[in-house]
Design a protein around this ligand. Structure first.
Ligand code: AMX
Length: 390
């Protein structure tokens, strides 16, 4: 059984060599063209970043080192007594490109749990941020929503998310714990170009420490077009429920969708910068609901499912978005709400605990490979016009 450090040490020299060869043998190879659309359109589709852990295919969705979400669900170890993927096995895969054994996963859980108490000073180990995030995020939740109640100590025999849910005060809810395990594992990474991952990479490239780099990412995650969307979805679905009442019909949902669109708002939870199909993370969370009848009885969850039956056609007719299908945020918050985690302002914090897996993985690689400070070239509109004319 290896530790994660040993597993990483095996991979680092190979990757360092790969980078060296790319730089010495292929540095002038052309990977694509830069169009005006790339520059004025938020760099969509521009191949301009190194990111090791995951690749996002517009049709298939995310793959973590080649493994799609169903592959991960089959291959990555779960927690003792659980069935869902856990953060540790996902982190191991993201960082090393290998599927950990059960013993390796348990060992990482223990290592993180041992480092998970909030210390008085900052250690420089990268994965200790990761280890402390649950305690930090749980403390915020308890201080804001449940002040004065003691927070349980970290249980060294429990996985990262098991401990997190425990510290949030929901430790006796096995279904919520399993949901959070799945949620945190599959939100872990989504390639490098999304706003939070890219922010970590950019800030980290200045050699700012991982705490600062990831804090910057959380500000990006807090935007309603990105991570805040999952709480916006719930708010929006609940408003829909209020407006259409108990009798949920496709026509009433359609009417509400058009009202949203005509007021100039986006439909939260739909559309994506890269994906052009329903998000497999959305499908995985829907499957979780399908296996639990009490979730299927929940009005908001029913509304989310019915909205999915109607919204793609409405968005196609509206004709703006390139992707009329749901992203993961269309469903993630409503299940948390069902299980009693009703403070939706907090949902983006949970997303933030998860996204650290991928962002910090790449930060480790950026350091191991000695990647330079990021510094793309910018252009004015006059300069673009001049280049077009030439
Ligand atoms: N509802 C209505 N209009 C939408 C839309 C939606 N869900 N998604 C995109 N559009 C519109 C855009 O606003 C844009 O309009 P414009 O031409 O008037 O500016 C047009 O369709 C083209 O946009 P696009 O190329 O399809 O999308 P994008 O890459 O510019 O933006 C995203 C992607 C996610 C920001 C956008 O789809 C959106 O705002 N979705 C709703 C918010 C959301 O769910 N965000 C979460 C994304 C996942 C995540 O980061 N957690």
């Amino acid at each position: 059984t290896k530790t994660i450090r040993e597993a990483l040490e095996e991979v680092v020299p190979r990757k360092q060599l790969q980078l060296k060869q790319l730089k010495t043998e292929h540095s002038q190879a052309v990977l694509g063209e830069v169009t005006v659309e790339n520059v004025v359109g938020g760099m969509r589709g521009l191949k301009a970043m190194l990111w090791e852990a995951s690749v996002l295919d517009p049709i298939e969705g995310i793959r973590f080192h080649g493994l799609a979400i169903p592959d991960c669900q089959k291959q990555l170890p779960a927690a003792p007594g659980g069935k869902e993927i856990i953060a540790e096995s996902m982190f191991w895969l993201l960082l090393t490109g290998k599927v950990p054994t059960e013993a390796e996963t348990r060992q990482l859980s223990r290592e993180l749990a041992e480092k998970g108490d909030l210390p008085e000073y900052i250690e420089k180990l990268i994965d200790s941020l990761l280890a402390r995030l649950p305690a930090l995020a749980a403390r915020i939740y308890r201080n804001v929503y449940n002040p004065g109640k003691p927070i349980p100590a970290i249980n060294k025999d429990l996985d990262l998310v098991g401990n997190y849910v425990n510290m949030l005060g929901f430790g006796d809810n096995h279904d919520l714990t399993e949901y959070m395990r799945l949620y945190i594992a599959i939100h872990g990474d989504h390639e490098g170009g999304n706003a939070s991952a890219h922010t970590t990479h950019l800030v980290g490239s200045t050699l700012a420490d991982p705490f600062i780099s990831y804090s910057a990412a959380l500000y990006a995650l807090a935007g309603p077009l990105h991570g805040l969307a999952n709480q916006e979805v719930l708010r929006w679905q609940m408003n829909m429920q209020k407006e259409i009442g108990d009798e949920i019909t496709h026509d009433k949902i359609k009417e509400f969708l058009w009202k949203t669109l005509k007021s100039g708002q986006v439909v939260p939870g739909y559309g994506h910068g890269v994906l052009r199909n329903p998000d497999p993370r959305f499908m995985a969370l829907q499957q979780f609901c399908e296996s639990r009848p009490q979730l299927l009885d929940d009005r908001v969850i029913q509304l989310v499912r019915k909205t999915y039956e109607v919204a793609p056609a409405v968005l196609k007719e509206h004709g703006k978005t390139k992707n009329p299908y749901p992203n993961v945020d269309a469903t993630s918050g409503c299940v948390l709400y069902h299980y009693g985690l009703t403070q939706f302002k907090y949902y983006t914090v949970i997303f933030g605990v998860s996204r650290a897996l991928g962002c910090l993985t790449q930060l480790v690689w950026a350091r191991a490979l000695g990647l330079p400070i990021e510094r793309p070239k910018s252009l004015s509109m006059d300069a673009i016009e001049k280049l077009i004319k030439n």
